[in-house]
Design a protein. Structure first.
Length: 293
């Protein structure tokens, strides 16, 4: 009888969360899906008509579509590789009790809590080709040959934005991996030390296999964030110069900004399917390799 009451109480507590999930996620997602099949001019609802796949065709025939897809994947791959690599390195280095460990953890995590638009504006100033601090430092160090128009050169801009993203989120990845490391029991390491295992051997056969659940979560978050990037690109380059940093997110923004709401919803649906098609199989594959503790 008591267990039945507890179960009913749990269901009652879950109702507000389910209502909020329905209002802020399910309903907007369904409306977006419906609108992706509707042709409408601006806010003139009287012009709405069923358009079938016309909005989806318009998305794929946009002049910068191929460039946006390429840049989105370049951005996602580069930032994911470096965020995971740097985050894992920092987690390993700071997974010990030292005098300044907590301070260093805070310092590396701080960029993640700074507003992305503010970060974009700050780095736009730092990377200014004529009076930015980065080029000024390179000139002062006698490395003038390395100065670049970091956000204005079509060949460099996308990689510059990737570097900003890596700087901002590597500390966040570190925190996820560090929390996973701290759940690993010391008994594993003590047994390995008795057998004469070195640091690399312990990391390869103990730390990393047992870290896979946290690693998997951090990896999926990084992939999703990379594929749907918008705010950082908009704050730094607005997709320019030309279309050098155009990504799927900026195309969606421009569609909505031009009043092509059906096209914007169609592009959003396509992006959601692409992300799901990459993230879900990746998550399941790595989850199948996880080790039970």
């Amino acid at each position: 009888m008591n267990s039945l009451k507890c179960r009913r109480y749990s269901y009652t507590l879950a109702i507000p969360g389910l209502v909020l999930y329905l209002i802020f996620f399910i309903i907007p997602a369904v409306l977006g899906l419906v609108l992706s099949f509707v042709r409408i001019l601006g806010f003139d609802l009287s012009s709405a008509r069923f358009g079938g796949l016309e909005n989806y065709i318009d998305v794929f025939t946009q002049p910068n579509m191929r460039r946006a897809i390429t840049n989105s994947f370049i951005f996602a791959v580069i930032t994911t590789v470096f965020k995971m690599g740097i985050g894992l390195s920092l987690a390993v280095a700071l997974n010990r009790r030292l005098a300044f460990t907590n301070a260093l953890r805070t310092i590396f995590f701080l960029p993640a809590v700074i507003n992305t638009v503010a970060v974009g504006l700050i780095f736009s100033s730092l990377m200014h080709p004529s009076n930015g601090l980065i080029n000024a430092f390179l000139r002062a160090a006698g490395l003038s040959a390395l100065t670049k128009s970091w956000l204005a050169d079509p060949h460099v801009a996308i990689f510059s934005v990737c570097a900003i993203e890596i700087w901002k989120w590597s500390g966040f990845t570190m925190v996820i991996l560090l929390s996973g490391m701290q759940t690993i029991g010391k008994d594993f390491y003590e047994a390995a030390e008795i057998d004469g295992a070195g640091e690399f051997t312990k990391f390869r056969y103990i730390t990393f296999p047992l870290l896979l659940p946290a690693f998997n979560n951090a990896l999926i978050l990084s992939i999703i964030g990379g594929l749907k990037v918008f705010d950082l690109i908009q704050a730094t380059t607005q997709g320019g110069p030309g279309s050098a940093t155009e990504v799927f997110g900026t195309l969606i923004y421009k569609s909505f900004g031009a009043g092509r709401f059906g096209e914007g919803c169609a592009a959003s649906m396509i992006l959601a399917l692409v992300i799901a098609g990459i993230a879900l199989p990746t998550y399941r594959y790595i989850a199948g390799k996880e080790v039970e503790m």
